[in-house]
Design a protein around this ligand. Structure first.
Ligand SMILES: [Ca+2]
Ligand SMILES: [Ca+2]
Ligand SMILES: [Ca+2]
Length: 235
C-alpha cells in the first residue's frame, strides 16, 4: 500500500525531443511527487527516429492486477504494424517500470498519430482494471482523411472497447488533439471524457469567419452509451 501511495503521488514527465541515440526518439521520466527526485526513466520500446515517445503521458490506474497504479506513454511517430507514423502507445508497470504491453491502433492509418494524447478514464468495462482513451488526431474517420478519432482502450487487454468519432467528420479538424477526464457530468457514477478538436471550423459554411475556431466534445464513459453522439459540444 505504501508503494501505491507513493506512485499515485508521482509525477510523470515527458521529454519527446531528448533522444537516447536517434533524433526525437524521446523518453519519459517518473519523478517523486514528494521531493521531485527522479525515480525512473522510461525508454522507447521502438527507438526509431521521430518516434516522439513521451509526447503524451498519463497515470491510468492499475492495469495488471498488482494494486499499484500503472503508466501510459504515447509515441505517435512509431510505424505500428508497418504503417508509417500510424502511432503506438504503451503501458508500463508502476511497480518496476517494465513494459506491460504495446497498444496498436485498431486500424493502422498512415500518419494518423495514434498516441498523440493518452488519458485515464477509470474502469470503463467493469473488469477492475483501469482503462484509457488514446487519440489519433490525424486519423481517417468515416471516410474523411485527416479528421481524427479516439479510442477507449481496455487497460487489461490493450484492445479497443469503443471508437469515438466526430458526429460530422471534417478534414483537418484534429479531433482528439487533446483529451481529459475526471468528472462524471452525467451522474451515472462513470467518469466522462472531453475531447478537443482545435482546428474544427464551426462557423456556417459560407461565413468569412470559417477558420479553425475549434470545438470541445464531451462523451459519456458509460458502457453501451459510447461512440454515438457527444453529450455536449462547446466552441
Ligand atoms: Ca499495476
Ligand atoms: Ca477496465
Ligand atoms: Ca458519466
Amino acid at each position: 500500500m505504501r508503494a501505491a501511495i507513493a506512485l499515485a503521488a508521482a509525477a510523470l514527465l515527458a521529454a519527446p525531443a531528448m533522444a537516447a541515440n536517434n533524433p526525437r526518439t524521446g523518453r519519459a521520466f517518473v519523478l517523486s511527487g514528494a521531493t521531485g527526485a527522479p525515480l525512473r526513466t522510461l525508454m522507447a520500446p521502438d527507438p526509431i527516429n521521430e518516434a516522439l515517445f513521451g509526447l503524451s503521458v498519463a497515470g491510468v490506474g492499475d492495469v495488471n492486477g498488482d494494486t499499484i497504479p500503472d503508466l501510459a506513454v504515447g509515441a505517435p511517430g512509431v510505424n505500428a504494424l508497418g504503417v508509417s507514423r500510424s502511432g503506438r502507445a504503451y503501458l508500463f508497470s508502476g511497480a518496476d517500470g517494465s513494459l506491460i504491453r504495446a497498444i496498436d491502433p485498431p486500424a493502422p492509418d498512415g500518419g494518423a498519430r495514434f498516441g498523440f494524447v493518452v488519458a485515464a478514464t477509470g474502469d470503463l468495462d467493469g473488469d477492475g482494471a483501469g482503462d484509457l482513451v488514446v487519440g489519433a488526431p490525424k486519423a481517417r474517420s468515416q471516410g474523411v482523411g485527416r479528421t481524427g478519432e479516439a479510442y477507449f482502450i481496455s487497460g487489461m487487454a490493450g484492445t479497443s472497447l469503443e471508437i469515438l468519432r466526430m458526429p460530422v467528420p471534417q478534414k483537418g479538424a484534429r479531433f482528439a488533439f487533446s483529451a481529459a477526464s475526471g468528472r462524471d457530468v452525467t451522474g451515472d457514477g462513470v467518469t466522462d471524457i472531453m475531447l478537443g478538436a482545435p482546428s474544427e471550423n464551426v462557423a456556417p459554411p459560407n461565413s468569412s469567419k470559417r477558420a479553425n475556431q475549434g470545438r470541445v466534445y464531451v462523451f459519456s464513459g458509460q458502457a453501451n452509451c459510447l461512440g454515438v453522439d457527444p453529450l455536449f459540444t462547446r466552441f
